[in-house]
Design a protein around this ligand. Sequence first.
Ligand SMILES: Cc1cc2nc3c(=O)[nH]c(=O)nc-3n(C[C@H](O)[C@H](O)[C@H](O)COP(=O)(O)O)c2cc1C
Length: 183
Amino acid sequence: MDALTLLLTRHSQPRLTAPAPADEALENIKQAALRAPDHACLKPWKFIVCTGKGLDKLGDILQDSAISSDKEQVSIDRALQLPHRAPMVIIAINQYKQHDKVPKEEQIAATACAVQSMQMAALVQGFAGIWRTGSYAQCPYVKQSLELNEDDEIVGFLYLGTSSMKALPKPVIDSDAYFTHWT
Ligand SMILES: Cc1cc2nc3c(=O)[nH]c(=O)nc-3n(C[C@H](O)[C@H](O)[C@H](O)COP(=O)(O)O)c2cc1C
């Protein structure tokens, strides 16, 4: 698939099954993240790739978070299984670096670009994925369990795997609604 076709047809896929990217495919995904635009080359990111028992570990953290925030029992039960909606979850963390010219917003933008690049690298190699956040991404308990500093943020949980169903083509959006030309 050429790059333009990828960008014009990209889509997310919540229904994911094995296999997850591995070996060269996974390394390509990592390298795509590390090529994201990054003001002052701060590399303000850290990624945790969860598979197998790593998904159980993440599920335990989410469940403990649900318990600590007094969620309903149904949410507590569900939390354990959330990471198992895909064979791989990459946790994208923004590690804020103090810099005179690069505010935190720009650093988060760089990490967000890295997430998008990873998802696109997965797609072009025949895999599928979805970028999720949800309340757990902001939860202090989850951030503490992942050993984040106070200024760090979870930018996303990137669920990756193989699509278990064919996606329907999306309608083309009228670009005039969002673009103004100053000439
Ligand atoms: C920062 C961010 C957080 C998101 N969080 C969620 C989420 O928690 N749950 C969800 O279903 N979709 C979430 N999405 C949206 C999906 O990733 C996806 O873009 C959306 O379902 C639209 O599908 P599409 O990518 O095929 O257009 C999030 C997207 C972004 C950029």
